[in-house]
Write a protein that binds this ligand. Structure first.
Ligand code: APR
Length: 252
């Protein structure tokens, strides 16, 4: 069946569904110039997650960890949402019962106009108390990257005296139960689950399309490449998020 026919059928399913859930990964932000994690230019090909994205790494060398997150803030601060992000924001206004779940920490969905985004892995523009006193701070920096984002800077300190750490879910850490619960409920309740630009390797997020499939939903994979989810997907659309999502949105 041609892609056009597949897109037409899928659009009809989305229009008639009572509830739709979409989960995005780094692939949707790739066309905004934000590096993915495991792609050819992926961050984990150059940097060690063990040295930068674990609580142990932060305890060992908070300066290094903050430098790396400020460097990423510099890249993300200069990035713009792309047509894929914009299309999903329109899905939200056109499809009642639409839930957007993301593994991304870049905030580009919100900049494209999406609201109530379930951020499973946190947000790079927030910091929270490393000791867990409850303080959470916005760290939005100067988009030119000249400010703390992208450059050096003193380590941010919590009013309680402990360090502030990036508000990111690191390897070995559990998801916030409020977000995990909301995402699981959306996966169980949806009639169509869209898995967009994710390698489907990192759990528990990678389990959500399977939860949806077991609950009877039609599982759709939108990705430029095969993933471990591909054999479990009912519909596979090979191509970029910024190409396929607007084409789908135009058919709603
Ligand atoms: N459009 C659609 N898919 C794309 C595009 C694109 N333009 N570019 C790349 N992809 C796909 C790749 O084929 C790959 O399957 O996006 C996926 C990106 O995979 P990862 O880099 O592994 O990113 P992600 O799945 O989001 O990683 C999950 O791992 O490192 C942790 O916490 C981090 O949230 C992250 C989690």
């Amino acid at each position: 069946m041609t892609d056009a026919r597949v897109l037409d059928d899928l659009a009809a399913r989305l229009r008639s569904a009572r509830a739709v859930a979409a989960m995005t990964g780094a692939g949707i932000s790739a066309e905004s110039g934000v590096p993915t994690f495991r792609g050819a230019d992926g961050l984990w090909r150059t940097y060690s997650a063990a040295d930068l994205a674990t609580p142990e790494a932060f305890a060992r060398d908070p300066d290094l960890v903050w430098q790396w997150y400020r460097w990423r803030q510099g890249i993300i601060g200069r990035a713009q949402p792309n047509a894929g992000h914009v299309a999903l924001a329109r899905f939200q206004s056109r499809l009642p019962g639409f839930t957007l779940i993301t593994q991304n920490v870049d905030g580009l969905h919100q900049r494209a106009g999406s609201t109530d985004v379930i951020e499973l892995h946190g947000n790079i523009w927030r910091a929270r108390c490393a000791r867990g006193c409850g303080v959470v701070r916005e760290t939005r920096a100067d988009p030119s990257g000249a400010g703390p984002a992208g450059g050096e800077g003193p380590l941010p300190v919590c009013p309680c005296g402990a360090l502030l750490r990036p508000d990111i879910v690191w390897f070995g850490e559990a998801l916030d139960p409020r977000h995990a619960g909301a995402a699981t409920r959306a996966a169980e309740a949806c009639e169509v689950f869209l898995a967009i630009g994710t390698s489907a390797l990192v759990y528990p997020a990678a389990g959500l399309p399977l939860v949806a499939g077991r609950a009877g939903a039609v599982v759709v994979e939108i990705n430029v490449d095969d993933t471990p989810l591909t054999p479990h997907a009912d519909i596979v659309l090979r191509g970029t998020a910024a190409g396929l999502l607007p084409a789908l949105e135009a058919r709603l």
